[in-house]
Design a protein around this ligand. Sequence first.
Ligand code: BTN
Length: 251
Amino acid sequence: MDLKTKIKNQLQRDCRLEVVSIIDSTNRALKDMANQGAPEGTILMAEEQTAGRGRMGRSFFSPAGSGLYFSLLLRPQKGDPLQITVAAGVAVARAVEKVLGLELKIKWVNDLYKEDKKVCGILAEGASGEEGLAWCVLGIGLNVYAPRQGFGELDTIAGALLDGKPDDEIRASLTACILNEFFALYEGKGAYLEEYRRRSYLDGKTVTVLQGETRFPAKVVGIGDQAELLVEKDGTVLALQSGEVQVKNYR
Ligand code: BTN
């Protein structure tokens, strides 16, 4: 049975799923499909990406045969990419725990960590329409196995969930479980903010906040009710809605 059939057999919702062997970026291609009218629930998955995209114009290393790289098209009536990203982070963490028994932490806003290594990145890209979001492409990249050639220059920051030889049964179960968990949250079945808070990788850490050209040191004190990052700077608590924080010393 091929990977696509293995995934489809475990999905709890009827979806249009395409699996390709190589592509530049599933987010890029699915955005084109969204503009051509593809329906909500369309999923595009690739075994390898040659130009995988991350947040803030970064790339996402996506070599063949080791990770999961897929994008899901949503056409939400309401909601915003931040909430979709947050729900997706919780969905990935839940799926990894259910399928593999591993605990992941979430680094605000979109990275998942196993111990101190990033194992997953999430990129939600939306286009606004007359009433809110016309569509949102939710891209998930998960390093299930370490690539045969290693992570190269990313070796100190990137990691994988498992050692050993890639297994398609596991890759399929993880993909289907992530999608099932995400759809449940997206359809309003159950809450996710408390779990997002509980899994926060940054709580209590001193970080460098990057906002445009500005950077400053701060201490993370929690996650707000809209999933903003709460940081303390010079005795004042600030709620960050966007941007990026780095866990390293301010210079
Ligand atoms: C990040 O780490 O900043 C986000 C990475 C998101 C990577 C995924 S892989 C599938 C989808 N296609 C892309 O080009 N990017 C996302």
